[in-house]
Design a protein around this ligand. Structure first.
Ligand code: CA
Length: 331
């Protein structure tokens, strides 16, 4: 009896959701409603009931990890107006070229197309409204842990190391700086509410090996064939590839297209990726559910949720719309 109770508790903590349902991961916060990765977007996602909040991480010039999706600043801030002379030869503005003090002067806005100036998602939060800023990793962890305390909930974190190979080529070792911060805030083992994620297999192996990360680790898998570090991502999705991955990671985060596609509005194809991953004892958390950017030919967000959760059997999902995904799961 005692053994059964203990194993149930372990299973529950491993799942990180009270009723053992799949996890809802707020992709860049409640990014469907507020500018991505702002503290406001994280607080709102927490309030909407997300199980985990995602952080994309890049470094500043003075080696501070900040929460930002791209190594670039120009698609979500007013950097081009505020620091026009900091443009590189390729015409882009990089977080790595500004100190934290400089970066804090920028105003964050809803994501826009750098060439046209138009919003990427026309119906989301309006451009250049209200007042938002870039947060450091520590500021965000303090917000989440503060909300966990005041609400009595345990919402986890889902940090992603962005472009570690590029960072190292620029002379900055992002993983080496991020991991001690996570440990300091209590995220270090597999029972802590944290999944660390990365698109680069070389770095994922390095985090597990050289850098000694003992917490949960997720290998992100591109829709396209190759990752930024040259890894063949299609090969990772085979039975042999997944079994090899399982020696290093706890799960995979594939693009939705690797699991389900709609050749036409009435025809749906589900791959064997989730089955193969489960056979290798890996959890599967695909990205990203967006009401305003459904997969090609997918008839509705309900159909997308049903395909992923009910038919493919995923263990969690990244969503821009925490409330919509949570409502489907509770239905
Ligand atoms: Ca991400």
């Amino acid at each position: 009896m005692k053994t059964i109770l203990v194993s149930c508790l372990l299973a529950a903590s491993a799942a990180f959701a009270a009723d053992n349902r799949p996890l809802v991961i707020a992709h860049r916060g409640a990014s469907g409603y507020l500018p991505e990765h702002t503290l406001a977007a994280k607080a709102y996602a927490h309030a909407l009931g997300a199980d985990f909040l995602e952080q994309d991480l890049v470094l500043t010039k003075d080696d501070v990890p900040v929460v930002l999706h791209d190594i670039y600043l120009d698609t979500v801030t007013d950097v081009a107006k505020r620091f026009p002379d900091r443009k590189r030869a390729d015409g882009r503005f990089y977080a790595l070229d500004l100190t934290l003090a400089e970066l804090k002067q920028l105003r964050v806005t809803e994501r826009f197309n750098v060439k046209t100036g138009k919003l990427v998602f026309a119906k989301r939060f309006p451009a250049e409204q209200s007042e938002f800023h870039i947060a450091t990793l520590e500021e965000e962890l303090q917000l989440i842990q503060g909300l966990n305390r005041s609400t009595g909930r345990t919402v986890g974190i889902y940090p992603e190391i962005k472009q570690p190979k590029w960072h190292r080529e620029q002379g900055h070792d992002i993983s080496r700086l991020v991991l001690p911060i996570l440990a300091r805030y209590g995220y270090a083992t597999k029972t802590d509410a944290c999944f660390l994620q990365c698109f680069e297999l070389v770095e994922v192996r390095r985090m597990r090996g050289e850098l000694g990360w003992q917490g949960r680790l997720v290998m992100l898998i591109e829709a396209g064939a190759k990752g930024a570090d040259g890894t063949d991502h299609t090969a990772l999705c085979t039975d042999a590839g997944l079994r090899d991955l399982a020696r290093v990671v706890d799960g995979i985060g594939p693009a939705i297209a690797r699991i389900v596609t709609w050749p036409s509005a009435t025809e749906r194809k589900i791959s064997d990726l989730v089955k193969l991953a489960h056979a290798a004892k890996l959890v599967v958390h695909p990205y990203t559910i967006r009401l305003d950017d459904l997969p090609k030919n997918c008839p509705s967000v309900d159909e997308l949720h049903a395909a992923l959760f009910r038919d493919a059997g995923i263990d969690g999902v990244f969503t821009d719309f925490t409330d919509v995904t949570m409502a489907w799961l509770k239905k």
